[in-house]
Write a protein that binds this ligand. Structure first.
Ligand code: FAD
Length: 164
């Protein structure tokens, strides 16, 4: 009841937060001709009218600066066959593969995702060691496929439950 924030173990906090299952996105942006991507699951839809979404990026991530400079980004919602892309854009692959980007609304996007949302930077909020970037939606695109999931540190896929 009275426990201070600093008494909560970081690992316990991360493990507990990992119980909240999410999809997986790669945030992409470009600065002049240079394209950058970063894996992120801290994404949510915020507002319908106007259409706004939020992503949360750690201050130490290079993408943090890239988004501030470019003021536009895409949220690529990965499909079940894009585990490698998730690992690549999280810096977890030893041998990186060559990624081909497409372009949508003048923002680089990944191919074969389940959906893509492009945004202009609307506002940003510094919150602890992260910044929450709010994006004003400029474009939406959907493809066939099932979303890749991430939960308790593992990649997973959806399974429909039996109706009761
Ligand atoms: P870098 O470390 O420079 O880039 C990350 C990787 O992407 C590098 O390996 C780089 O080679 C590759 N890459 C970048 N651009 C290209 C390109 N054009 N072509 C090919 N490869 C490229 N962090 C957060 O801040 N917020 C989150 O919500 C979040 N969610 C995550 C969810 C999951 C499931 C995972 C695995 C990680 C998550 N992370 C999150 C951590 C984040 O993905 C890593 O810390 C990441 O390495 C930070 O990237 P960076 O911007 O510092 O750039």
């Amino acid at each position: 009841m009275h426990s201070e924030n600093h008494e909560i173990d970081d690992r316990l906090f991360r493990n507990a937060m990992g119980c909240f299952a999410t999809g997986v996105t790669v945030i992409t942006t470009k600065i002049e001709e240079d394209i950058f991507g970063m894996t992120a699951n801290a994404f949510m839809s915020v507002s319908l009218n106007p259409k706004l979404v939020a992503i949360s990026i750690g201050k130490n991530a290079k993408m943090h600066e890239h988004v501030k400079v470019s003021k536009q980004f895409a949220i690529n919602i990965l499909s079940t066959n894009q585990q490698n892309e998730s690992k690549q854009f999280a810096g977890q692959l030893v041998a990186e593969s060559n990624i081909t980007f497409a372009s949508f609304k003048n923002v680089p996007i990944l191919e074969d995702t389940v959906a893509v949302v492009t945004c202009e930077l609307h506002s940003e909020y510094i919150v602890g060691d992260h910044t929450i970037f709010i994006g004003k939606v400029t474009g939406v695109k959907m493809n066939q496929g099932e979303p890749l999931l991430f939960s308790q540190g593992k990649y997973r896929e959806l399974k429909e439950l039996e109706r009761e």
